[in-house]
Design a protein around this ligand. Structure first.
Ligand SMILES: C[S@@+](CC[C@H](N)C(=O)[O-])C[C@H]1O[C@@H](n2cnc3c(N)ncnc32)[C@H](O)[C@@H]1O
Length: 300
């Protein structure tokens, strides 16, 4: 699993840039355009929140756990509809931002939550965290299925029978290459190269092998109510993030300027902020090396 150190590497560096570009409590997961790309990013994120609320039967007073809450977009939505949301993240920057926004958030590994931690819940959501639950080393050691099964058991223990989980995650797509081909020195246009560029951004994280592995792992505890690929919507989301990051904001550009000394000496920072990174992310989904899935599960 990717731990706190990796989460801080992934999320805390971009914390300020993200908040100044997308908003203090912005979404850092695929939006729900359902193919209608005339919508703004904000509208498509709002559609996603409403879809989740409807599917999970969330209303005033519903108690919801957000596993991997990021900067708190779902928690904010829950508060707006009168539900009670509790979120957990592994990133200090995100937890601080959530608390500034008055959201109820703890730094806690969501895979270790029991009914004794925050009580039980009426519904659980997890968007963009499942990607981090298994590392490449754990996958190589044959532990991936058990890690996912254990996660679903953890969620099931927090829900009543009939309680629902919304899960959204990237997965390896139908054109995933053999792990040994993932190499930054592979030809620039190869799938092995773009995956290596993408992987640089997410140390400690290895993805599930398609929607099938997820459903099989969930199967002992949950039945699938809804499933859809959000691959095309995710490509649009990444493009919109790129536009938002570049859009002018005085405080953000002042922050970019303050990074210059570090940028000059740190190859790692140059790589992380490069356009190649964004391009590789988009290409991985365009070429179906990666896919993206949204599920609604119901506890049996
Ligand atoms: C891509 S962000 C998504 C954030 C948010 N759900 C959203 O839609 O904007 C992934 C989040 O998962 C969290 N995360 C990853 N692994 C976790 C774990 N084991 N326990 C708690 N949070 C975790 C990260 O800290 C981060 O907040």
């Amino acid at each position: 699993m990717a731990g706190r150190e990796e989460m801080d590497y992934i999320y805390s560096l971009i914390d300020r840039i993200f908040r100044l570009s997308i908003g203090e409590t912005g979404d850092f997961s695929g939006a729900m355009y359902d193919g209608d790309f005339r919508m703004t990013l904000e509208q498509a994120q709002d559609r996603k929140h409403r879809f989740i609320a409807e599917q999970l039967r969330i209303g005033p007073g519903t108690k919801v756990l957000d596993m991997g809450c990021g900067w708190g977009p779902m928690l904010r939505f829950l508060r707006d509809v009168g539900a009670k949301g509790i979120g957990v993240t592994l990133s200090q920057g995100q937890a601080d931002a959530c608390r500034r926004a008055g959201l109820d958030v703890a730094i806690h590994d969501c895979r270790t939550i029991t009914a004794g931690t925050f009580g039980t819940f009426d519904a659980v959501v997890s968007l963009g965290a499942f990607e981090h639950f298994c590392s490449m080393e754990e996958w190589r050691a044959g532990k991936q299925d058990e890690i996912y099964k254990s996660f679903f058991r953890t969620v099931a223990d927090l829900l009543p029978t009939g309680g629902r989980l919304y899960l959204q995650t990237m997965v390896f797509g139908k054109n995933m290459v053999d792990a040994d081909q993932i190499d930054i020195r592979a030809p620039r246009d190869s799938n092995g190269h773009i995956l290596a560029v993408m992987g640089r951004q997410f140390p400690g994280s290895w993805l599930p092998y398609g929607d099938g592995q997820i459903e099989t792992s969930a199967g002992p505890c949950f039945r699938t109510i809804f499933k859809s690929s959000g691959r095309l919507d995710y490509i649009e989301t990444i493009k919109q993030w790129g536009r938002h990051y570049r859009s002018f904001d005085l405080r953000k550009y002042a922050f970019y300027l303050s990074l210059i000394p570090r940028y000059i000496v740190s190859k790692e920072l140059r790589q992380r902020l490069s356009r190649d990174q964004l391009r590789a992310n988009i290409q991985c989904f365009e070429r179906e090396v990666l896919d993206h899935y949204r599920f609604v599960f119901e506890k049996i």
